[in-house]
Ligand binder design. Structure first.
Ligand SMILES: C[S@@+](CC[C@H](N)C(=O)[O-])C[C@H]1O[C@@H](n2cnc3c(N)ncnc32)[C@H](O)[C@@H]1O
Length: 255
């Protein structure tokens, strides 16, 4: 018996990994975060699998389900949105499983920020602009952000910033970012990427709050900011330069 924490991806049912879908199809018990995971994913489950939405359960109740599965020798597929390693509340579960001596494995998934980059044709790390992506969020009721990670401090790097879980705080986000990013820095808002309800805004830090209705971007929204979002900007990497040699290719010497 094993508990498999599976990254379900951002929403579209074909953005789960082949491995994740295979394990989901075999598990006797399936737990899924119903607030974010597409319930159509459950079509992958075997007939008769017990499917449980964890949105209504606290951690103790989830632990009781793991113990029940353990007692019956059932494998459990625990579906998390995107990738379980990013704001997945998985560590609190694996700590308990460690104590209970229940085996588990984590199957990665497509995080929403990667799906957002893909749908907008963004490379988040462009030579000549930035080589760093920061994933962060603003403080929420469930989890505070440490003071040392204040948005204004992270913004000072002017790297690409992907801000999760902050749709309800857009005015504060914009005001903190303005301390470091210039007003014309490109920003993007991506709501429900890969779902039929997907919605995208592209603009600048200065314009964003004038051009959107914040109330429409509260849930399942990512805020991305950085010069990399300007498709015209960036330099070629040296990797494919004709004069650049590496272990797999000999470059042509410059005249
Ligand atoms: C609890 S976190 C889970 C993140 C998830 N583990 C991941 O890797 O994407 C939920 C936040 O992720 C972002 N998110 C998740 N799914 C999304 C989607 N389909 N479109 C846009 N943002 C999404 C939003 O910022 C949302 O508030």
């Amino acid at each position: 018996m094993k508990v498999y924490f599976i990254g379900a991806g951002p929403g579209a049912v074909d953005l789960i990994t082949v491995r994740g879908a295979r394990i989901l199809a075999e598990a006797e018990m399936v737990l899924y975060a119903g607030s974010l995971v597409n319930s159509e994913m459950l079509d992958y489950c075997r007939k008769g699998a017990r499917t449980i939405n964890t949105a209504q359960l606290n951690l103790d109740e989830q632990q009781r389900l793991y113990l029940e599965a353990h007692a019956n020798n059932w494998d459990v597929a625990r579906l998390h949105s995107g990738d379980p390693a990013i704001y997945g509340a998985t560590a609190e579960q694996t700590r308990r499983l460690d104590k209970l001596g229940i085996a588990y494995e984590i199957i990665p998934g497509v995080s929403s920020f990667l799906s957002a980059a893909a749908v907008m044709n963004f490379e988040l790390t462009k030579p000549g602009i930035t080589q760093t992506v920061i994933l962060t969020r603003t403080t929420g009721r469930a989890s505070p952000v440490p003071e040392d990670e204040a948005l204004s401090l992270l913004a000072s790097h002017k790297a690409t910033l992907c801000i999760f879980l902050s749709g309800g705080n857009l005015a504060r986000v914009v005001s903190e970012l303005r301390c470091s990013y210039s007003p014309n820095t490109p920003v993007a808002l991506i709501h429900k990427v890969s779902w039929p309800q997907e919605k995208i805004y592209r603009g600048t830090l200065e314009r964003v709050l004038h051009e959107i209705n914040p109330a429409e971007w509260v849930l399942s929204t990512l805020f991305i900011i950085g010069e990399v979002l300007d498709s015209a900007k960036g330099e070629d990497s040296r990797l494919y330069h004709s004069a650049y040699s590496h272990r797999f290719r000999k470059g042509t010497p410059r005249e």
